[in-house]
Design a protein around this ligand. Structure first.
Ligand code: ASP
Length: 594
């Protein structure tokens, strides 16, 4: 029953058969999407990576071929020879690219059969993602995923093309390496040849790319896997891909200019869209002030307002006490949300609490009054002040967050997004980029009782802020920049510290002892002493970028073999136990925790 392809060769992809082929003989190879028996004729949709074409088996043409076609089932792999014909008037299918034509089959070979698949290979599959991930090879047959991976390939090609043209050299850096400094947990790999020691898989090629600058390569890039052992909340993967680059003899604007050119080229060649350059820029403090988040979605307004000055002396103690303790009060006017029910408001409050809010004050603006549990505490002057800033009209809803600046901003920033979703304010299909610059260099980690780098410890402080390192470290701004697309951070980088004395000083300020710095980063500190050029770079998240371009819901939809939230590959069943022999060779013993 089965054949090999023998001397048959495909002449065209199924999805590419067109009216140009009418009257010609074609040879197709693909998978059976569906078989329909219709008034003596058998119709089969044949699928390959480019799409679907309709095959017709007509008993009047060949009784034998028609007879054999009865045994064909979904997902069988067949090769077909036939003639392309225009579909009879009225039977065209405008929803597929090949919908004006069909292939009248002369001969076919069954190359392989298939078990009945656990789900139908169609774009709108109604199955759990876990089942799709277990049978990923079937899931990947779906047009949407095929398109996503082909898009991903086109983006990678555009990256290589543009950066090579700009004089960047692609250089691979090691996967078996030492712990790197991006601040997440490392994946460790035991060394058999050096028992008791471990490599770390790179969280990024950060140190190596800086060393490549010291080595004189001037412009480096790599499309590279990075590994971070984080709890996979949100849409993250333990291994993900970065477009990583580094340049010598540059300042911020040079790196940002290259990235703008790169994104322009990607969008033009891979998606056919001309972006408008340069991208707008916001400083970190502006972003926080206006949008509450450091990756602001600037596609719609609904900006946050600081009303601290207005309610400083308020009889509403939550406001005045918070301000007295150094906090702030921010508000937004959710236009037209005055009709939110008590249940809606309770849900919003619960949502706010997940970002650290203690509560969420609100005022419904009615034609005659401000309706709210806090209204009675507000003086006329406060109401006047709020009216001036928030311009409320009947039917609006004002929402407040009162907390330390970071929490107040984050909470209301998140609420802003929620409201925008609800009001359908977020335009679909557009791509809005914004740079966020002037990040603080350091933040204070209450839990650990020490300063931490906001970006990473190799990021340079702003020249004019260096002196403040000793006196007011939290006010020191860095030469770091993030690129944000539609409210998602898709990349970040910085100008680096290229002087070993400043680098050592920063390590000390981060509470990293000289001994620890030399143990972890000694090779970099040493290298920095041998003529290091000023340099800087950036890394863009390829998975996220492609996901946004593809309009995919999750980065899992643009990764061929992604892992679950629990970092498991459901198809291969990794991670899994290994033989004791393998463990013995690695001098490793597994201790079961009870
Ligand atoms: N190594 C940084 C990161 O992975 C990017 C950079 O600073 O170039 O986020």
């Amino acid at each position: 029953m089965f054949s090999n392809i023998g001397e048959w060769r495909r002449s065209v992809y199924c999805g590419e058969v067109s009216t140009d082929h009418i009257g010609r003989e074609v040879t197709l190879m693909g998978w059976i999407q569906r078989r329909r028996d219709h008034g003596g004729l058998i119709f089969i949709d044949l699928r390959d990576r480019e799409g679907i074409v309709q095959l017709v088996f007509n008993p009047e043409r060949s009784k034998d071929v028609h007879e054999r076609a009865h045994c064909l089932r979904n997902e069988y792999v067949i090769a077909v020879k036939g003639t392309v014909a225009k579909r009879p008037e009225g039977t065209e299918n405008p929803s597929i690219r090949t919908g004006d034509v069909e292939v009248i089959v002369k001969e076919f070979r069954i190359l392989n059969d298939s078990l009945q698949t656990p789900f139908v290979i169609e774009d709108r599959v109604e199955v759990t993602e876990n089942l799709r991930l277990k049978y990923r090879y079937l899931d990947l047959r779906r047009t949407a995923l095929q398109k996503n991976l082909i898009l991903r390939h086109r983006v990678s090609m555009a990256v290589r093309e543009f950066l090579s043209r700009e004089g960047f050299i692609e250089i691979e850096t090691p996967f078996l390496t030492k712990s790197t400094p991006e601040g997440a947990r490392d994946f460790l790999v035991p060394s058999r040849l050096n028992p008791g020691t471990f490599y770390a898989l790179p969280q990024s090629p950060q140190i190596f790319k800086q060393i490549l600058m010291i080595a004189g390569f001037d412009r480096y890039f790599q499309i590279v896997k990075c590994f971070r052992d984080e709890d996979l909340r949100a849409d993250r993967q333990p291994e993900f891909t970065q477009i990583d680059l580094e340049m010598s003899f540059v300042e911020r604007d040079d790196v940002m200019g290259i990235v703008e050119g790169l994104l322009y080229h990607i969008f033009r060649t891979a998606v056919g869209i001309d972006l408008t350059l340069p991208f707008p820029r916001l400083t970190h403090s502006e972003a926080m002030e206006r949008y509450g988040l450091d990756a602001p979605d600037t596609r719609f307004g609904l900006e946050l307002r600081d009303v601290t000055g207005i309610v400083r002396g308020s009889a509403f103690k939550v406001f005045s006490d918070t301000i007295a303790k150094g906090g702030i009060v921010k508000a937004i006017n959710a236009k037209g949300c005055g009709g939110f029910s008590r249940k809606d408001l309770d849900e919003l409050t619960e949502y706010a609490k997940t970002f650290g809010a203690k509560g969420l004050a609100w005022i419904r603006i009615l034609p005659e009054e401000w309706q709210s549990p806090i209204a009675k505490f507000l003086s006329d002057e406060e109401k006047r002040g709020l009216t001036e800033v928030l311009k409320p009209e009947p039917g609006d809803l004002i929402l407040f967050s009162a907390d330390d600046a970071k929490t107040a901003n984050t909470v209301l920033g998140r609420i802003r997004l929620k409201i925008a979703e609800r009001l359908d304010l977020i335009p679909k299909g557009g791509f809005e980029f914004v740079w966020v610059t002037d990040f603080p260099l350091l933040e204070y980690d209450e839990g650990e009782g020490r300063f931490k780098s906001v970006h990473h410890p190799f990021t340079s402080p702003m020249d004019e802020d260096v002196e403040k390192l000793a006196t007011s470290p939290l006010e020191v701004r860095s030469k770091a920049y993030d690129i944000v697309l539609n409210g998602e951070e898709i990349g970040g980088g910085s100008i680096r510290i290229h002087r070993s004395d400043i680098q050592e000083d920063i390590f000390r300020r981060l509470g990293i002892s000289d001994e620890e710095a030399s143990r972890r980063f000694g090779f970099l500190l040493e290298a920095l002493r041998y003529g290091t050029p000023p340099h800087g770079g950036i890394a863009l998240g390829l998975d996220r970028l492609v996901a946004i371009i593809a309009g995919a819901e999750s980065i899992r939809d643009v990764i061929a073999f992604p892992k679950t939230q629990k970092a498991v590959c459901l198809m291969s069943d990794a991670p899994s136990a290994v033989d004791t022999k393998q463990l013995d060779e690695l001098s490793i013993k597994v201790i079961k925790r009870t």
